[in-house]
Design a protein around this ligand. Sequence first.
Ligand code: PAF
Length: 279
Amino acid sequence: MLVKTIKDMKSIVKKLKEKGKSIGFVPTMGYLHEGHISLIRCSKKDNDVTVVSIFVNPIQFGENEDLDRYPRDIERDLQICRDEGVDFVFYPSADEMYPDGFSTYVEVEGLTNRLCGAFRPGHFKGVTTVVNKLFNILQPDRAYFGEKDYQQLKVIQKMVKDLNMNVEVIGCPVVREKDGLALSSRNKYLSEKERESALSISRALFEGKKMFEKGEKDPQKIISKMKKIISSYPEVKNVQYIEIVDPETLEPKKKVEKGDLIAVAVFVGNTRLIDNIKI
Ligand code: PAF
């Protein structure tokens, strides 16, 4: 069932709560793919009712980013939700979420300065604000986020802990194409040649992991090999960062240990792609 207003969504949630139903929530910006579907399936398994939100959140995009061209296809998304047995799709407008005079934001400090946060000022503030609003509207028991956006997952978990919110935030593994490319709605931007170059990212991540497994503990050696791999592909325009970090604090490591995270952000053509792997 499609729900467009906060008022209607809240009244549905109230009835579900009265009946004692557990609510699983999958927040998305639409243009759904197998990664989102894996989150929906986890939610369906754990909860009585699953709600998917589709909202391209304007306040998490920087001025020169891709808000206007972000891929959208609501009919296709609704069909996927129907096929997957989603109970409710919350699809508010930007005016519904941010009426005139809106002026309250939620910000997680520290964690948001690193990795993507260093290159996308204000991005995580936009994410935590919208997710906070969505949690307030939907009052989910559990919410599901993809580990491809690993920093986002950690930032949201921190927000929930710091603000004593009553929701369990669950991370689900990155879903990849057969050739290794991590699924992302932004893959839609890639030309055939760019897609080939985008494979450099997962190839470099797998190589980084392999180097560690063979005994390499020096992050700089792993990072420089990965950089070499990625930069060798023709459509790679800029390697924004390759970092090996502690999976909880996201602080760069001096010596690599099992369980650390290798995280990458790369521009392939004009498309900024991120990916990561735990080692
Ligand atoms: O990961 C996303 O798609 C978005 O950042 C989210 C969590 C739906 C918030 O707009």
